[in-house]
Design a protein around this ligand. Structure first.
Ligand SMILES: Nc1ncnc2c1ncn2[C@@H]1O[C@H](COP(=O)(O)OP(=O)(O)OP(=O)(O)O)[C@@H](O)[C@H]1O
Ligand SMILES: [Mg+2]
Length: 315
């Protein structure tokens, strides 16, 4: 293990009875890094995260946090962790201030209540009862509890679910601030933009396995660029050229059939020139012509085994 590895997961398997929810997951998170776990519903993200948090022993494989087994050495590791569960467990009858105070009593090294509430933008809600908070505000209170003691390792399971776009951005700012102050963060999210905005590296899980991992750039690099245009009415699909050694994929869209060239390992400029020369020679207009990078959504849908990735991309 590298000395700067904070979270290490190697060959992790986790079961619920006969059902194997996590099937050999490996990744590591280095100090000061934000790592995002993405994936389909039921992919095993929360199960993986809760195992790293030490709530249950690994069925097989190794999990280390700060060099220790988070389940067996829970007493030593837990004080360094801030945990925001997917389902927070707040008491509805307590006020926001009371909730933070109760938590501060049990967490050693907690910061002043006002400072924490200020940080998550709930300072003006201190005297409001939890039951009167909106869903997004409750999520912010969950975050406040996770960061009362300035943890070295922060676990955020869908931290911005239920938040409006502005509150989500506020949360991103908070999380970036925590990372800038040296925290190491493991986060799950269904918002791909959230991962793009925050993650140094990410993994996309499906059916208990990590299917793709790396930096956003690395994950996208394997999927190349795309060139799309609507197929001119004068020509048939069979008349579309191969360019750069690539045949197009054709998909139906409300605006008509679209040709998509998925380019990997060839120059976009060269392919585009070939296409434009072909169109000029045939006096064809390539309506809707665009060059775009494969998006994280393209990759996610591919990983999820979505049957109509290309069709969806054009809607
Ligand atoms: N306590 C449990 N008992 C039995 N099965 C469980 C339990 N918790 C989770 N599972 C199953 O394990 C699988 C993984 O669940 P998990 O909550 O880890 O997924 P997830 O990736 O976090 O999904 P989501 O994006 O919906 O939060 C699912 O099929 C789920 O039904
Ligand atoms: Mg989950």
């Amino acid at each position: 293990m590298n000395t700067d590895t904070v979270i290490e997961v190697a060959g992790l398997h986790q079961r619920y009875g006969e059902f194997e929810a996590v099937r050999g997951v490996s990744f590591d998170v280095r100090e000061g890094e934000l790592f995002a776990l993405l994936g389909t519903n039921g992919a095993g993200k929360t199960t993986t995260m809760e195992t790293i948090e030490g709530f249950r022993p690994a069925h097989a494989g190794t999990v280390r946090v700060l060099g220790r087994d988070p389940h067996r050495d829970r007493r030593a590791v837990r004080p360094h962790m801030g945990i925001m569960l997917q389902e927070g467990g707040l008491f509805p009858d307590l006020t926001v201030a009371e909730t933070v105070d109760v938590w501060r009593d049990v967490v050693p090294g907690s910061r002043p209540r006002e400072e924490v509430l200020e940080q998550v933008g709930l300072a003006d809600k201190a005297d409001v009862r939890v039951r009167q908070l909106s869903g997004g505000q409750k999520r912010r209170l969950d975050l406040a509890l996770a960061i009362t003691a300035s943890p070295r390792v922060l676990f955020l399971d869908e931290p911005t679910t239920g938040m409006d776009p502005e509150a989500r951005r506020t949360t991103w700012r908070i999380v970036r601030g925590l990372v800038a102050d040296g925290a190491t963060v493991l986060l799950t999210t269904h918002y791909l933009e959230e991962a793009e905005q925050l993650a140094d590296r990410l993994a996309i899980m499906h059916e208990g396995e990590v299917r793709v991992a790396g930096t956003v750039a690395e994950v996208l690099a394997g999927h190349g660029d795309r060139i799309d245009f609507r197929i001119p009415a004068q020509i048939s699909v069979a008349e579309l050229p191969r360019v750069g050694g690539v045949a197009p994929r054709v998909s139906a869209t409300p605006a008509g059939p679209v040709a998509t060239y998925a380019l990997t390992g060839c120059s976009v400029q060269g392919v585009l020139r070939e296409l434009l020369d072909w169109a000029d020679a045939g006096r064809l207009e390539l309506a809707g012509l665009q060059v775009r990078s494969a998006s994280l959504e393209d990759v996610f849908l591919q990983v999820a085994g979505h049957p109509a990735v290309e069709e969806e991309a054009h809607r």
